[in-house]
Design a protein around this ligand. Structure first.
Ligand code: SF4
Ligand code: SF4
Length: 406
């Protein structure tokens, strides 16, 4: 259900009608049992109105489409409700386990597509994100020449001019967010330490996950096509990502990319190499650590153990689980394009999550996603806990224990 770039007005009308029909046909299957509401993180971070939870969003969208109430004040309210969702996937998993198996996220994303097509969505701040991605190839309104300023300090094969077996896809957040520069450098050093034949694209651009989640299908298609062409030109066979969001987009949103590449999150990839290589750890961490499961690793792709196994390999790691972990992990609040939008929360999800880490006595809060890293680090600062707990990526902890950290 994707239009090409030369789409006519009639094509667009057909497309919006197809979207509307899909929404109406699918939402009718909802049993209104509300099991999904109990799993939604918005229940704990907002005022907890059922109308803003998963089944509430479904119903609001249904009636908006059914009675053509997508514009005006009602439409504005619908837009806000629809873009409140972090796309964490908890409701989808709950409905699958306990009820009708509704594809809630698919419906929400088609709803967002529809609002974007009718120029009624997305939220204001997200419009500038889309414009930035279109203009600069990243959501941060920064020129391509400033991407990965840390890369020059490390030894890396540039692709596609040179060739390598593994294409390491860094992603925008680790490329532009200064707090994550050590993560980028740590990852490169680990790959070199493990003697992986890898390279990084000389001209990397956004994976387009935020574009897809926000609902601009046309821009997504253009970026995906360009990225596929760049990836193919490298001759690599494996595509490894820093971010679970990039991995998920490559696996599920890009058509046919999996036929050409083995696509893996770095935790899975490194775990296999670490097992084969049996590294010599140089220092013992001697810290209590807890691991925050990013939604797009855990709830979307069931990747639960590789990050934990890596942490357990490191000497002196006392790994404890938080109240909500694995597939029940509490979302950090950044997914679904919300990283780039102010949304109404009475308590920020990331603040609640840091509180859960403090409750188990963690000194290090480990994660494996650049978005989670930013959200949780900001929460630690907001809460004034910098001297009590530190957020680190699994790769950073690993590099530190091997004494190869930047
Ligand atoms: S759990 Fe599924 S069927 Fe029940 S209200 Fe939620 S979406 Fe509808
Ligand atoms: S995807 Fe997550 S945030 Fe969105 S409605 Fe479902 S449970 Fe709530």
């Amino acid at each position: 259900m994707v239009m090409d770039k030369e789409a006519t007005t009639e094509d667009r009308d057909d497309y919006t009608q197809t979207l509307s029909k899909y929404i109406l046909d699918t939402v009718r299957r909802c049993r209104n049992c509300n099991y999904c509401f109990s799993a939604c993180p918005l229940r704990v971070s907002t005022r907890g109105f059922q109308t803003q939870g998963p089944s509430g969003i479904l119903q609001a969208l249904y009636y908006g489409v059914r009675w053509n109430e997508l514009g005006g004040e009602a439409g504005q309210e619908l837009c806000e409700i629809l873009y409140n969702c972090t796309t964490c996937n908890s409701c989808v998993n709950t409905c699958k386990d306990k009820s009708a198996g509704m594809p809630l996220l698919e419906v929400f994303e088609k709803g967002r597509n529809l609002l974007v097509e009718k120029m009624l969505g997305p939220l204001e701040e997200q419009r500038s994100v889309l414009a930035s991605i279109q203009r600069y190839g990243n959501p941060y309104q920064r020129p391509a020449s400033e991407r990965m300023p840390w890369l020059a300090q490390e030894s890396v094969t540039p692709l596609p001019d040179e060739k390598a077996e593994v294409l390491l896809f860094v992603g925008c957040t680790a490329s532009y967010e200064p707090d994550l520069f050590p993560l980028g450098r740590a990852m490169i050093r680990i790959m070199n330490y493990l003697e992986v034949d890898f390279g990084v694209l000389a001209e990397e651009t956004c994976c387009a996950d935020p574009v897809c989640r926000i609902g601009d299908k046309l821009l997504f298609e253009a970026l995906a096509e360009e990225n596929q062409r760049r990836f193919q030109a490298t001759g690599a066979k494996t595509l490894v990502t820093f971010s679970p969001h990039c991995m998920n987009a490559f696996l599920k949103d890009y058509e046919g990319l999996e036929d050409s590449f083995v696509i893996r999150h770095y935790t899975e990839f490194l775990l296999d190499r670490l097992k084969a290589r049996k590294p010599e750890f140089k220092v013992s961490l001697n810290r209590t650590v807890t691991y925050h499961d990013p939604c797009y690793l855990s709830k979307h792709n069931n990747i639960l153990e590789p990050p934990r196994e890596i942490l357990r390999m490191i000497p002196g790691v006392n790994l404890l689980e938080m109240k909500d972990s694995r597939r029940q992990s509490l979302c950090c609040g950044a997914g679904g394009g919300r990283m780039y939008a102010e949304v109404e929360e009475t308590t920020r999800l990331a603040n609640i999550r840091v509180g859960q880490a403090m409750d188990v006595g963690a000194e290090l809060l480990a994660t494996a996603c650049p978005y989670c890293h930013v959200m949780l680090s900001n929460a630690v600062k907001d809460l004034g806990l910098e001297d009590k707990i530190k957020v680190m990526d699994v790769a950073e902890i690993l590099a530190w224990s091997l004494r190869i950290e930047p």
